[in-house]
Design a protein around this ligand. Structure first.
Ligand code: ADP
Length: 583
């Protein structure tokens, strides 16, 4: 979608134009039935003043009532359905945009605000676009029709009426534009509220531990209050719209009555004609009010479209749907190489400054370094969650830039440090990256990740539910579930950000064993937080301040690298003192 929000709103309506035209046609038919009623009523009054009772005319009137009702119902149905379809279409588009969006774009968005757009703004456009557009067009047709008939009946009175209505129209349209501006503000504040709620829920335990419930509640209610006040502004504008239009109408009545009475007494107007004219004037009230109410509603929809466009136009990662990782023989020798890689999350603030190292196709490569050195960033670049600014990352001799994302992410598994478990059963979690894995492969992965004893001990086994965000799993269990999930994709390289948490001896051993099993088959690159891991590693890379500072084995680095020695005595100190690792 290009162009402004109005253009965007019309673009959303375009695919549904047939339905909208049909709805408009039905609306016109209903209006026609309604507009012809004054004529029929007029002739009914005329017919009753003498002669036989006008039965046919009465039946015609009844028929007009029935037709009007039925057609109006059909019209409402079509309009309502079209609205729901537009919402569905927008939500489908957004779902794809969100999941395919780049990490860098997501980082700039607040999740709660995105949620608000997804739920609140999409709901708003449903009625606001279709109903209001249909309403506006219909009302316009009705008013134009009524005015045309009034001109035929009495041009002088019609002219007077039109002049009074013009004033009402200018006021009404101005207010409708203000409604749009106020709605953009309102929806923005709903987004702020959503973002604040999200923040609070994500940090619920921190809030409680910090005894910050009252402060956080005050923050949230302040946001809710902002949204309330913004909504009041919209409500006030919408409320002012109707009196403004009514004022114009009442002025018309007064003038029409006076002018009509004068023309009646001078004989220029008959009582029947005057009655018909007045009936048209009354008939116009509802459509006129509807017109301006619809215009205000339409402007609210346009406001939401503007907010949705921001998400619907997010650039996506490369999209090659259906790309499946080809099964290729696992290369021997070196599998992964970083060559002078530079990267900054924000322009000018380099996190990696020329990182180079290589990873053999088998065995454990450990990355160590102070926190903030850029270790996790290296993993994100290898997975292309973020794109390196400069330098090359080669996987099996190919630049990762040239590898299809689906293939790359199948070849490189990533076991993250935190929350890699999703709501659902353990089986669903294990199969998440490889839904088509066989039962035998699943068994193998469970064994390789050292999960069998734990799963056997569970009441529901594999089909047991994990709590939301893995709340019922310990750090070591979570990480092993994530390892199992990655093993099932049979990656060439397994990246792993080791848990920093203290593990009990059994978990520690289980994790250590599963890393060993993996390293026999593939390259395992571990951001090491345990001394046992680095001691066992085939190769250790020391990262400091975005650069590789040294490489070697535990023994060679202990002899040559004072930072490494320091890390061993600080980061890994607890294990030394507990005597888990003797050196
Ligand atoms: P490590 O894993 O070695 O602790 P990271 O790679 O996580 O280090 O972080 C390196 C630097 O990049 C840190 O200064 C951190 O604040 C910054 N950083 C990490 N992630 C982001 C991000 N998503 N946006 C901006 N800065 C980030």
């Amino acid at each position: 979608m290009k162009g402004g929000p109005l253009h965007g709103a019309l673009a959303l309506l375009r695919p549904h134009r047939t339905s909208l035209v049909v709805a408009l046609g039905l609306g016109v038919a209903a209006t026609g039935a309604s507009l012809s009623q004054p004529v029929v009523i007029g002739s009914l009054i005329g017919g009753m003043s003498g002669g036989p009772f006008p039965t046919t005319t009465l039946l015609l009137l009844v028929a007009l009532f029935v037709v009007e009702g039925a057609v109006a119902a059909a019209q409402a149905l079509i309009v309502g359905r079209t609205g729901s379809r537009i919402v569905l279409g927008v939500r489908e588009t957004i779902v794809h945009r969100l999941l395919r969006g780049r990490m860098s774009d997501h980082q700039e968005r607040r999740r709660g605000d995105t949620m608000a757009r997804m739920l609140s703004d999409t709901s708003l456009i449903s009625g606001a676009l279709t109903q209001s557009l249909a309403g506006m067009l219909l009302a316009a047709v009705t008013v134009i029709g009524a005015v045309a008939l009034m001109v035929i009946i009495d041009p002088v009175l019609a002219g007077v009426t039109a002049l009074c209505l013009l004033v009402a129209a200018v006021a009404g349209l101005t207010l409708a534009r203000w409604v749009r501006r106020a709605t953009v503000d309102l929806q923005g504040r709903v987004g702020d509220f959503g973002a604040a709620v999200e923040r609070a829920l994500a940090g619920l335990s921190t809030i409680k531990i910090s005894r910050a419930e009252d402060r956080e509640a005050a923050r949230l209610t302040a946001h809710a209050g902002d949204a309330y006040r913004a909504q009041q502004r919209v409500v006030r504008l919408v409320a002012a719209l109707l009196p403004a239009v009514n004022l114009g109408l009442q002025a018309s009545y007064a003038v029409v009555f006076v002018v009509g009475a004068l023309r009646l007494s001078s004989g220029a107007l008959s009582l029947g004609t005057f009655t018909a004219f007045l009936l048209y004037l009354f008939y116009m009230v509802t459509p006129l009010v509807n017109f301006f109410a619809s215009a205000a509603q339409f402007q609210q929809g346009v406001a939401s479209v503007a907010r949705l466009q921001e998400i619907m136009t997010l650039p996506a990662e490369e999209e090659r749907p259906g790309a499946v990782a080809p099964v290729a023989p696992r290369p021997e020798g070196e599998i992964l190489r970083l060559d002078d890689v530079w990267f900054a999350y924000q322009p000018g603030r380099h996190v990696l400054r020329g990182v180079s190292f290589s990873v053999p196709a088998r065995g454990v490569t450990a990355i160590v370094g102070p926190s903030g050195a850029g270790k996790s960033t290296i993993f994100s670049l290898i997975e292309r969650l973020w794109e390196a600014d400069d330098g090359a990352i080669m996987l099996g001799g190919r630049n990762v830039r040239d590898i299809d994302l689906a293939e790359l992410r199948a070849r490189v598994g990533y076991v993250e440090q935190h929350a890699p478990v999703m709501d659902g059963t353990i089986r669903e979690n294990l199969l998440y990256a490889a839904p088509d894995a066989t039962e035998a492969e699943l068994e193998h992965a469970i064994e390789a990740a050292n999960l069998n004893r734990w799963i056997d001990g569970l009441e529901d086994g594999l089909d047991g539910q994990v709590g939301e965000e893995g709340a019922e799993l310990s750090g070591g269990q979570r990480q092993r579930v994530a390892i199992g999930r990655m093993i099932l994709t049979r990656p060439d390289v397994l990246l792993m950000d080791e848990v920093t948490a203290h593990l009990d001896a059994e978990s520690e051993q289980a994790l250590r064993d599963s890393i060993k099993v993996q390293a026999a088959e593939r390259a395992v690159v571990v951001i090491a937080h345990r001394l046992s891991t680095v001691v066992d590693a085939d190769k250790i890379i020391v990262v400091e301040d975005g650069r590789v500072r040294g490489e070697g084995t535990h023994d060679s680095l202990m002899a040559s690298d004072d930072l490494y020695r320091r890390l061993v005595h600080t980061q890994f100190a607890p294990e030394l003192t507990e005597g888990k690792v003797r050196r």
